[in-house]
Design a protein around this ligand. Sequence first.
Ligand SMILES: Cc1cc2nc3c(=O)[nH]c(=O)nc-3n(C[C@H](O)[C@H](O)[C@H](O)COP(=O)(O)OP(=O)(O)OC[C@H]3O[C@@H](n4cnc5c(N)ncnc54)[C@H](O)[C@@H]3O)c2cc1C
Ligand code: SF4
Length: 501
Amino acid sequence: MTIGIWILGNQLHLEQSALLSCQHNKQKTPVIFIESLNYIKKRPYHQQKLVLVFSAMRHFAEELKLQGWPVTYEINKDFESSLNYWIKKNNITELRLVTPYDRPFLRLIESFKLDCKIQFITNNHFLWTQAEFKQWTDSRKRLLLEDFYREGRKRFNILMKHNKPIGGQWNFDKQNRKPPKKGLNTPTPLEFEADKITQQVIKDINSYQITTYGKIESFKWGVTRSQALQILDNFIENNLNNFGTYQDAMITGEYTLWHSLISPYINLGLLTPLEVITAIDNAYYEFDYPLNSVEGLIRQILGWREYMYGIYQIMDDDYAQKNWFNHQEKLPEFYWDSSKTDMNCLKQSLQQVEETGYAHHIQRLMVLGNFGLIVGVSPQAINNWFHSAFIDAYDWVMVPNVIGMGQFADGGILASKPYAASANYINKMSDYCKSCVYKQTQRTGNQACPFNFFYWDFLSRHQQQLRGLGRMNLILANLKKMDKVELEKIQLQAQKWRESN
Ligand SMILES: Cc1cc2nc3c(=O)[nH]c(=O)nc-3n(C[C@H](O)[C@H](O)[C@H](O)COP(=O)(O)OP(=O)(O)OC[C@H]3O[C@@H](n4cnc5c(N)ncnc54)[C@H](O)[C@@H]3O)c2cc1C
Ligand code: SF4
């Protein structure tokens, strides 16, 4: 019997479960990587995402060769035919791979006609297995992130003392919503020059006849585990101290603030969640960093990241098609081209995504996602855009974040109320409104901010459904008090905007 291992682009870790299972016989275990041109034609991916994934795969393949694994690397090929050719050539009787994290990709593999048996190995890239998460959900009446996060803290003994949370509280989020102020001394992100392998990938991508999104020239991401570790060290040394306090702030021209920038690496397997959490936990004791920052970051990974993956796993395949508000509008064209909007918050966020493939959480949720939600854009259209545009986008993480959290299309499985907001929020948390052609205080008229008329239009369109959520009652009471003539003007302006965009 000959086992052959297929390594997917987001499973790039030496200790991933398929490699571990054959470690004892590595010289005799063929390994294959495939870059499929057909697959990347499926959507207009950000060019930097393609560079990152392919370059990280090529570097990882080199690392495996050095370790003695017989590696085959196919470029610009088709998955199924490459696999069958390699299976035959190496007399492989069992194709082994870590179960893909993304369901559409798993379904694709299941549809292949392969000339040998296929064996999926349970992934060890998340802290909770599907079975463990399911067990947790079965024991609960409500699936609150906060409950799940506390369970994780106890289970992995992170920021705990004598079975109690350090600092006497589980969550310091209230301290983590400071608006930006003038003269903040923000850290410079760690960037890398393209080496020979990356330069070749850029050449390859440029030579393909494919539709893509974003810019390729400004590629500065790390592509190896060692660079990913440098990103983590740099974050701990220079950013972690202030990470919590300004976590939700947005500043013109400041793309990354104190955020970690680790999502591209952790999602590819170049970093593991436990090593990141352990490093942050250790830094708390070593450098005496503020607890709101340390706890804030640990909650993102031990809490949110694991929770989103768990929810994705237990939901049916049709979760991605949910549309609780029955939103059917098309995505405004400017999402694909930032020069086509004069709304400053959207322009700034979109420009940055075009240049880097990155925006931080609040830009994703409260600017890009929020606008789609209040306009009434189809959740699937928004999800498709996020999937194309972001450097760290994968089905397992986007479906819960975009469909569930950002668009509330699941009707409240993931969030207890929609993340809908007017210009008030954006003005409080950013400096964008100061240089905008629209007035953040106006709801109607030529200079009215579209976030305002769409916000009230959204509330009025869906007030029946929203009333059932409880947490929206205060704001719905304000809607009720609104002058009828003003509400009609708002609705008319919203409709006109939709028709002209
Ligand atoms: C609409 C929307 C779309 C998103 N799309 C993606 C996506 O495609 N890929 C992606 O990895 N994350 C996504 N997120 C989650 C989060 O915004 C990003 O993980 C984060 O902004 C990445 O930047 P960072 O590494 O600097 O994060 P930091 O702010 O430094 O946070 C640290 C880490 O925590 C984890 N994390 C934090 N929040 C989440 C979350 N909600 N879900 C999963 N992991 C989380 C990530 O691994 C992140 O790297 C999305 C969120 C929203 C609201
Ligand atoms: S005024 Fe409105 S459109 Fe302009 S930056 Fe502020 S929120 Fe965005």
